[in-house]
Ligand binder design. Structure first.
Ligand code: IMP
Ligand code: MG
Length: 335
């Protein structure tokens, strides 16, 4: 069994969907598995020129690959079924490809209503936190208890191990949210309620030695959506928000913007054991004369794109791992 993992090194919305989509096209996966989170996620994917925003469903469906919502996820059944219908209507045969792990947990309408009152954290109000709380409080409802999900249920152990093609299984793990929102490593309590690191992928039934590549995804600047103050004082962030279309894919809220935080990036790259790091949205800063980042408390400004690229690749190779492959990409470029 072999598995690649896509993780976000910042606060979500770094373009995991794009990277996962590109990997599905290039590599021969037998399974794509979402390993954390619920419909708080919003993955924007361009497939054959058409724009899709998915919340629950992994991107394997665009390529005819079996796609599983893993046991580490929480599922809002009606949102999931609606998303299936939308994909089918757009000509993507999602129904025959998508499965839900029978031990994934359900986001109930009660969870939604409760989360809908949140003001402290600035959640997406999709019921994520209360669903995980009840899971760990041993009061949750699992997918196998929801009759509407019966046609889609899958037993992960049987699927992965009691399978004649065991040696040919090649999985892409698609993460949701990001390191800065991780319940343990993020800025608690301004975090989501699941784990957003590579460790979280392993909780879905795959052994550590199966991991091949860990793709860390970042943007060349930071964005965050939620209740804490995050945006820097620089007026240019307004321009970046417009150029980068930095509005939540799930809630439409404007994302707060700041310069890249190298310390957090380094920490996320180390803890996730990234073999590849991709910086997205380079084109958003093009022409603004604003190639800036924070290294600890110090704000650096570089003269041109090449300089910031060299600095970032050099630092990651020197301080994390000299085998890391560091890549830079524009928003609509596909690696
Ligand atoms: P929750 O996950 O809805 O409980 O929200 C907790 C925090 O995570 C809030 O700051 C949300 O804005 C943020 N968040 C949750 N999901 C995403 C996402 O997919 N992208 C970006 N931020 C997210
Ligand atoms: Mg998103």
């Amino acid at each position: 069994m072999i598995a690649d993992v896509v993780v976000d090194l910042q606060y979500g919305d770094c373009g995991k969907g794009k990277i996962a989509h590109a990997l599905c096209r290039e590599r021969k996966y037998t399974h794509v598995i979402r390993y954390n989170g619920g419909c708080n996620a919003g993955h924007t994917i361009y497939h054959n020129g058409q724009k899709f925003v998915t919340h629950h469903i992994p991107c394997g469906v665009f390529f005819g690959i079996k796609s599983i919502i893993g046991p580490g996820c929480v599922v809002h059944t009606d949102t999931f079924l609606k998303e299936l219908e939308e994909l089918e209507a757009a000509g993507i045969p999602a129904k025959k490809l998508v499965h839900v792990a029978n031990n994934a947990h359900i986001i109930t309408d009660f969870h939604r209503a409760e989360d809908g009152k949140d003001e402290a954290i600035g959640t997406t109000r999709r019921g994520n936190g209360p669903a995980y709380r009840d899971k760990y409080g041993r009061k949750g409802v699992r997918a196998l208890d929801d009759p509407k999900l019966y046609p889609y249920l899958i037993d992960m152990y049987r699927e992965l191990y009691e399978n004649e093609a065991y040696n040919e299984i090649e999985i892409l793990f698609e993460g949701a949210q990001g390191f800065g929102l991780d319940v343990d490593w993020g800025d608690y309590p301004y975090v989501t309620s699941s784990h957003c690191t590579v460790g979280s992928a392993l909780l879905n039934g795959v052994p550590p030695r199966a991991i091949r590549d860990v793709w860390g995804v970042a943007k060349i600047y930071e964005t965050y959506v939620g209740a804490k103050d995050f945006e820097g004082p620089d007026e240019i962030f307004e321009t970046i928000r417009e150029r980068g279309q930095e509005y939540g894919a799930t809630t439409g809220r404007p994302r707060q913007i700041n310069w890249l935080d190298f310390d957090m990036l380094k920490m996320a790259t180390r803890i996730n054991g990234c073999t590849k790091v991709v910086f997205n949205k380079m084109d958003v800063l093009e022409g603004l004369d604003a190639w800036c980042l924070y290294d600890g408390p110090n704000l650096y400004q570089f003269k041109k794109r090449d300089d910031i690229e060299l600095w970032l690749s050099g630092k990651l190779e020197l301080e994390v791992d000299d085998n890391i492959e560091v890549m830079f990409s524009g928003d609509k470029e596909f690696i």
